[in-house]
Write a protein that binds this ligand. Structure first.
Ligand code: F0G
Length: 459
């Protein structure tokens, strides 16, 4: 197939067959990439090549927003690739949100990855990850999740019946929309007493012991699927590369895959310009922010200073500091794709920012008021853009794409608490997190069941 796995550590550079199930390099412990012998593959000479597939929508692999770009992630024969109709997502030019973040008209775009079948961007990766699972004959697949990965895995297993799904979640740590999906789609759901990082550690042990196929973003095949989010952004902009991509950072799989997409497109001569990348942490889950901005941790040609990372996490444990944010999707202490994200930041001249709970919820309300809405973690991209415009780092006229990673109905509690009139509920969900104001609340009007009163209210 001319595809293989490669250790991302340039000093090691070990390679492995695609048929091996690995999550880290067995020689040095670094993360793995899926790589290709591009010179032996039929690489298109222009991105416009992919337009010819638009007219072939009756073919499920051309309908898929992932496999439509198969030539750019060719690790499995197309006919073996798993699809449930992922990637029918929308790039929306949004002048209301542009004004909110202080940008000029027509310069801000929202990429709605919440429109995927399970309601988040994870389906891009799951299409590719379950394809690899199928290639290696996996019978059961597992993941740890803050909610969306589990919903996605549950959908792919429920629809295709190729594997059974087992999902590990931290108790009380995932939004009900997401938990309801995993349960409804029939995944075996293991709720452990702990948070995402605990679940992540356990799922790796369990997968090893029971020979279960792991579908977290540690799995390099998943990130291949997530590259296509960038291909669709370019497609929607008619192959015109934007100035900035802004994305929330949790386990750092998305930002890593975006970086890989641009590294490869550039190497293949399919783009001339590379966009800048901004990764946005929640202030309550800011490991990347601290490591990048305070500790000055860098990719450094692959020579990452591991002692800085070790010292940082040791201190975190010593202080018993645990991630805590309303953006539960990104409530993560030890992002597993940290090193790959550093590579992406290096290639894309990136920046890292953190945003408060207040900034996240205000940005979320603005996305809702001007578009199709999103869950709290997704709004970090808009809140981060606002900060970067205020700092003068993103220019008012520069073209920015904010990735809205998850659908609005994933976490109705956050939305209802922000807009609603129930003070107790507000305190419970937002007040205790220091969200003091709701300047963009669209509160329901409570009125007696009396026609004159109702008419009064609507005057
Ligand atoms: N936004 C949403 C809605 C997410 O669900 C996640 C991650 C992220 C952003 C962060 O993306 O991890 O690639 O940096 N959710 C994972 C999960 C961790 O388990 O569903 P990342």
């Amino acid at each position: 197939m001319n595809a293989f796995q490669r250790c991302i550590n340039p000093q090691c550079n070990a390679t492995f067959d695609v048929s091996e199930v690995l999550h880290r390099c067995p020689k040095c412990g670094a993360l793995l990439d899926v790589d290709y012998e591009w010179d032996k593959l039929p690489v298109p000479n222009s991105l416009a090549h992919f337009e010819k597939y638009w007219g072939d929508r009756a073919n499920p692999h051309r309908f898929s927003g992932v496999w439509r770009f198969h030539e750019l992630l060719p690790f499995a024969p197309l006919e073996q690739c798993v699809t449930v109709g992922e990637g029918q997502t929308v790039l929306q030019r949004n002048n209301g949100v542009a004004e909110y973040v202080g940008k000029s008209a027509d310069s801000l775009f929202l990429q709605y990855e919440g429109l995927n079948p399970s309601g988040s961007f994870k389906d891009n990766g799951m299409a590719a990850g379950t394809t690899h699972g199928r290639l290696v004959g996996a019978k059961t697949a597992a993941c740890a999740s803050t909610g969306n990965t589990s919903a996605s895995l549950a959908v792919y297993c429920g629809v295709t019946k190729l594997m059974k799904a087992v999902v590990f979640i931290g108790s009380g740590k995932i939004a009900y929309g997401k938990l309801s999906q995993a349960l409804d789609y029939g995944a075996r759901t293991v709720q452990i007493k702990g948070d995402f990082d605990d679940a992540m550690a356990r799922v790796q042990e369990v997968s090893k012991k029971l020979g279960i196929y792991l579908l977290n973003s540690l799995n390099p095949f998943r990130l291949e699927g997530q590259k296509t989010i960038m291909f669709r952004v370019l497609e929607a902009l008619r192959w015109d590369v934007p100035d900035w991509i802004v994305v929330p950072g949790g386990n750092l799989g998305n930002s890593s895959s975006f970086g890989k997409a641009f590294i490869e497109l550039h190497k293949l001569g399919l783009i001339k310009k590379v966009p800048r990348l901004a990764v946005i942490n929640a202030a309550g889950a800011d490991s990347l922010y601290r490591l990048y901005n305070d500790e000055k941790l860098r990719w450094n040609g692959g020579n990452i200073d591991q002692s800085k990372i070790d010292a940082f996490y040791a201190q975190m444990d010593k202080e018993n500091r645990r991630a805590n944010t309303i953006a539960s999707a990104i409530e993560i202490n030890r992002p597993v794709n940290l090193t790959k994200c550093l590579r992406a930041l290096d290639f894309c001249d990136g920046v890292v920012r953190k945003v408060t709970e207040q900034e996240i919820l205000d940005a979320k309300a603005q996305v809702g008021a001007h578009g199709f809405g999103c869950e709290p973690a997704s709004a970090a991209s808009v809140a981060g853009t606002k900060q970067l415009v205020e700092e003068g780092i993103i220019g008012k006229d520069e073209r920015v794409v904010c990735i809205l990673t998850g659908y609005q109905l994933k976490d109705p509690n956050a939305t209802v608490a922000y807009h609603g009139t129930d003070r107790e509920f507000y305190e419970q969900v937002l007040g205790r997190r220091g969200v003091a104001e709701t300047p963009y609340a669209n509160s329901p009007v409570v009125v007696d069941n009396d026609i004159d009163r109702i008419l009064d209210v609507l005057k």
